[in-house]
Design a protein. Structure first.
Length: 113
């Protein structure tokens, strides 16, 4: 099995103005790594929340909050054009926003290219 491309992942995060060393992004890293090896996990984020919560010894809500926090930073730190380029969104809306699931799916696609 192919090894998770950590350097490529960090490069993508930097392009999206996200700090790869923040706590929330580290949780995202673990979630994306899980999905990298089993992309069907993206069909149900609850499984990801529970799996990471079990690994980290915290609640699934804490994991969910970390992933949402990273998504909020993504939406706040990037223009509609930048988000549209990466996530193929409808940039005709005044404030298009990427959901956590859409964000993770986009990262996974970029990593597997």
């Amino acid at each position: 099995m192919e090894e998770f491309p950590k350097e490529k992942f960090y490069g993508i995060l930097l392009q999206l103005n996200l700090n790869p060393y923040s706590h929330n992004v580290k949780v995202l890293n673990e979630a994306i790594e899980l999905c990298y090896y089993d992309e069907y996990l993206l069909d149900n984020l609850t499984v990801i929340h529970r799996t990471l919560a079990y690994r980290k010894g915290c609640s699934p809500e804490k994991i969910k909050s970390c992933l949402r926090g990273t998504t909020k930073n993504l939406n706040r730190n990037n223009s509609a054009q930048a988000l549209n380029k990466f996530f193929y969104m409808d940039d005709t809306k005044k404030h298009p926003e990427v959901s956590t699931k859409h964000f993770m799916n986009g990262l996974l696609i970029a990593l597997k290219k």
